[in-house]
Design a protein around this ligand. Sequence first.
Ligand SMILES: NC(=O)c1ccc[n+]([C@@H]2O[C@H](COP(=O)([O-])OP(=O)(O)OC[C@H]3O[C@@H](n4cnc5c(N)ncnc54)[C@H](OP(=O)(O)O)[C@@H]3O)[C@@H](O)[C@H]2O)c1
Length: 136
Amino acid sequence: MSFTNKVVIVTGSSSGIGASTAILFAREGAKVTITGRNVEKLNKVEKEIDKLTGNKPLAIVADISKEDDAIGIVNKTVSHFGKLDVLVNNAGVVSYRGIFDSDYLTEFDRIMSTNLRAAATMTYAAMPHLVTTRAT
Ligand SMILES: NC(=O)c1ccc[n+]([C@@H]2O[C@H](COP(=O)([O-])OP(=O)(O)OC[C@H]3O[C@@H](n4cnc5c(N)ncnc54)[C@H](OP(=O)(O)O)[C@@H]3O)[C@@H](O)[C@H]2O)c1
């Protein structure tokens, strides 16, 4: 399948699986939006994609656990590239805290707001754009 001129958001693409996924999409011809909270790591991936593919990504510093930031990623992508074809909800955090830890519920909220609610928020914001591009 060709991704030439497809517009793809990969959340959590400042490192790890997300960074590799964004690089692969760009190599396949996609225009990619990369996101994360860490500016230095995000800049590094941005430069790598540009160097490897000549396909300059849109880099957005954002905390997806904040609703406005998450919706902003979708809006800025559509405003920059004109459409959205693919959303990869990759960003996530791992925690090894358990029920015996005093901050258990605080940690529970952090994990849920990042790994679950943010993915729902991103998908909800992206959905009208995905429906539009699927029909064209
Ligand atoms: N590696 C594994 O074996 C494995 C196994 C099962 C599931 N997973 C899941 O696969 C995904 C990627 O894993 P990985 O190993 O590549 O992890 P990673 O290297 O730690 O990458 C996680 C990414 O998520 C971003 N992120 C985390 N919290 C964020 C937030 N609040 N707002 C915006 N970005 C946020 C990080 O960016 P910043 O730090 O720049 O914010 C980073 O780019 C995660 O969801 C992980 O839980 C991984």
